[in-house]
Write a protein that binds this ligand. Structure first.
Ligand code: 5GP
Length: 185
């Protein structure tokens, strides 16, 4: 049994089937970071990471960027359990000023697209020079709102995934890999 499976088995009711290993995630983030570093060279880039799910991804991404960038966080809520309801609320807002800057939104996963659509509209009102989006996971098959996503690490299916920052009711964020949550009952 691998370390990753052992960690998954510490939770009694559910198990987690590994979908993307920690190593695969790091390799892909390195590629994306190289692309972003090239595209944003000589720009006044401001990363806006969407809490809570993207904090692990963002921490690894910024350490692989060859850029001098500012980072800020926004906390949005759109999910209760595993069902999207389409409503998005801002829980905690920005400290930095996006006006005139090249904003990169860093998001853990785009599912229906409601969250990103809301955030793109909110940020546009603050008059940034440009807005790009970088997502760890893209659930393209679940899209309701068509949103532009410039940098995608991995495309995934419709299953509910956890780990590497992504939670289920607050748990599983610390898994070093991404897995599919399975109910043992
Ligand atoms: P959207 O608004 O695109 O439907 O959903 C975006 C948010 O829903 C993400 O930021 C994330 O918090 C949550 N979400 C969507 N799919 C999943 C999933 O498979 N696993 C987890 N843990 N969260 C998800």
């Amino acid at each position: 049994m691998t370390n990753e499976s052992q960690m998954a088995n510490t939770f009694e009711k559910c198990s987690v089937e590994v979908l993307l290993s920690g190593e695969a995630i790091q390799r892909r983030i390195s590629d994306i970071a190289a692309e972003i570093s090239k595209d944003f060279k000589d720009k006044d880039a401001l990363i806006i990471a969407v809490l809570k799910g993207s904090f692990v991804f963002c921490a690894d991404l910024i350490r692989k960027l060859n850029l001098n960038i500012a980072v800020d966080f926004i906390s949005l809520s759109s999910y209760s359990g595993t069902s999207p309801d389409g409503r998005v609320n801002v829980i905690a807002g920005l400290k930095e000023t996006p006006e005139g800057r090249d904003v990169i939104i860093v998001e853990d996963i785009v599912d229906t697209g409601h969250t990103l659509d809301f955030l793109l509209k909110e940020l546009s009102l603050k008059k940034p020079k440009s807005i790009s989006t970088c997502v760890l996971l893209d659930k393209k098959c679940a899209r309701v709102k068509q949103v532009p996503v410039e940098y995608v690490c991995f495309e995934v299916g419709s299953e509910f995934v956890v780990g590497y920052g992504l939670d289920y009711n607050g748990f599983y964020r610390g898994l070093p890999y991404i897995g599919i949550l399975k109910d043992n009952d």
